[in-house]
Design a protein. Structure first.
Length: 357
């Protein structure tokens, strides 16, 4: 599949104003686009909470004391990944690219995903072509969810607005133990867009480290007879599913809520990349707003798409800039509450689940 181009943004008034205003925002505060000590402190606190839960799990003596601590450790690790791995993958955590790569690999270890593969899919493809059929691998056709009007319909899609949380929960185990391996072996569409080989050594070390951390070490540390292999595997799956469902529930609706989808008929899109972001995602705000600090800026999703190389600590200020400039230039900026996001998401799934006329 050939490379898809957007119309040039070089002379787009919105882009020019946006870049100038964002640079002025940093200059006025003597700031930089990367993380600061507050992001580091938040990351350290989340890491400490995850480690504390993990240690409690290793010291458990029964299934009933092990399972809550173990699952909580994985969910805390997901929160840590949302606040660190995501910025690191975009080169927005540290100034040093190598430190970003190392941090991304370390933070991805409890999740079991390969950081290099995820970066290629998320940063290089999803961020470049959100909601573009055939290019955004996050909306690839599958037997469980119909996510664009261009995809074939099947009877099970009538109920996708009800069963999607189960699909969301299984997404992380799927990526860890199936999707990543397809990408490594060149059996997925990733190789159509990124022909660079995936380092097999780092991939295998990451998977081995994940198994040691989440299965081998707990099995070694738990008292004999406290929990069987079946119980441990059940807790492992439950932990990954809980973390996965939480992440997907926070972000998936941002690309489903009253947005547009595109199937390019040629090699060029009919609008600029900046305009495309407004058509394919939105911002939302939790209540109370302070909860946004735990989400790594992912709730300000449109702002993130416009400023992927900025640390999420800047997103609240940048969102206000985006809103102001969008109104000035006639672009459809939207920032809704989570209830509105949920309703729009459910309406979208119902709509895509109806049999086309």
């Amino acid at each position: 599949m050939g490379k898809l181009r957007f119309q040039s943004s070089a002379k787009l008034p919105f882009r020019i104003d946006l870049q100038r205003t964002a640079q002025a925002y940093l200059a006025e505060r003597g700031e930089h686009r990367f993380a600061d000590w507050r992001v580091g402190l938040k990351g350290a606190a989340l890491a400490a909470l995850s480690l504390a839960c993990y240690v409690l799990a290793l010291r458990a003596t029964t299934m009933w004391s092990f399972a809550p601590a173990y699952i909580a450790a994985i969910v805390m690790a997901m929160l840590l990944a949302m606040n660190t791995l995501h910025d690191a993958a975009h080169g927005a955590l540290f100034r040093n690219a190598r430190l970003n790569r190392w941090l991304a690999r370390a933070a991805s270890l409890p999740m079991g995903i390969d950081a290099d593969i995820w970066t290629r899919r998320h940063v290089h493809l999803h961020h470049t072509y959100p909601n573009v059929d055939g290019y955004d691998l996050d909306i690839e056709p599958n037997p469980f969810l119909r996510q664009t009007p261009f995809q074939d319909w099947s009877p099970q899609f009538r109920y996708q607005h009800r069963y999607w949380p189960l699909v969301a929960a299984l997404s992380l185990p799927y990526l860890c133990w199936y999707g990543d391996w397809l990408d490594l072996l060149g059996k997925s569409k990733l190789r159509q867009y990124d022909s660079q080989p995936i380092p097999a050594g780092g991939f295998l070390l990451g998977k081995l480290g994940h198994l040691i951390l989440l299965l081998a070490l707990p099995w070694y540390c738990l008292p004999a007879g406290a929990i069987g292999w079946g119980g441990l595997l059940l807790c492992y799956l439950a932990g990954l599913m809980a973390a996965s469902c939480f992440l997907v529930a926070m972000i998936l609706g941002t690309h489903w809520a009253e947005v547009e989808f595109f199937r390019p008929e040629g090699a060029e899109m009919p609008h600029t990349w900046h305009e495309h972001q407004f058509l394919t995602c939105c911002d939302w705000q939790p209540r109370p707003r302070a909860l946004g600090h735990l989400l790594g800026g992912l709730h300000l999703h449109l702002t993130h798409h416009l400023f992927p190389a900025y640390s999420h600590r800047h997103y609240p200020a940048l969102a206000r800039i985006v809103e102001q400039l969008a109104q000035r230039h006639g672009l459809p900026y939207r920032c809704i509450g989570y209830q509105g996001l949920w309703r729009a998401q459910q309406n979208f799934l119902r709509g895509m689940g109806r049999r086309p006329e």
